[in-house]
Design a protein around this ligand. Structure first.
Ligand code: ZN
Length: 167
């Protein structure tokens, strides 16, 4: 038997972090681990948004922190070019065309994207492909609940394998 590698005491690259979090935007909770499991991710591999990841460096288990991530470091600024007019004829009749409805749209390469209907005109429908949180400052409250070393396989894949999941 070789010596077990010591478990990490602080967050650094290649450490697996378990974290409780609440995300507020415009003073409203839009996402939270409260009432569920903490999220688990591999620090330093872009598993979470970069603006949050860099603020977690050196935190220890039990520590909590408020982190404000600007739109530019979060989901990006609103891109006017991502709002496009699509002819009504391209929508199947089964789809309800109403402002505020979110649609799954497939592009020519088969990628599925989410778009929100902004306006419904006589001839065209205005679709917004911006992320719903684009242009918003993100207010996170995080609490570190666990740290462990990543396995060699997790490091090779660049993400966490938990709950029996492996790919
Ligand atoms: Zn994997």
């Amino acid at each position: 038997m070789t010596d077990e590698k010591k478990q990490p005491e602080k967050i650094a690259d290649d450490v697996v972090v378990s974290m409780d979090y609440t995300l507020r935007v415009d003073d409203e909770v839009v996402d939270s681990s409260q009432g569920g499991e903490p999220i688990e991710f591999l620090q330093g591999h872009g598993n979470i948004i970069p603006g949050l990841e860099k603020e977690l460096h050196d935190m220890a288990v039990g520590e909590s922190k408020d982190v404000v991530v600007s739109a530019a470091d979060g989901y990006g600024e609103i891109d006017p070019a991502a709002v496009i007019d699509v002819p009504r004829s391209e929508f199947p009749p089964s789809i309800t065309l109403e402002p505020g409805v979110t649609l799954q749209v497939q592009d020519n390469e088969g990628n599925v994207m989410l778009a929100q209907i902004r306006e419904v005109g006589a001839e065209t429908v205005k679709l917004d492909f911006n992320h719903p949180l684009a242009g918003k400052d993100l207010h996170f409250n995080v609490k570190i609940v666990g740290l462990r070393n990543a396995t060699d396989e997790e490091l090779a894949h660049g993400h966490v394998h938990s709950g029996g999941h492996a790919h």
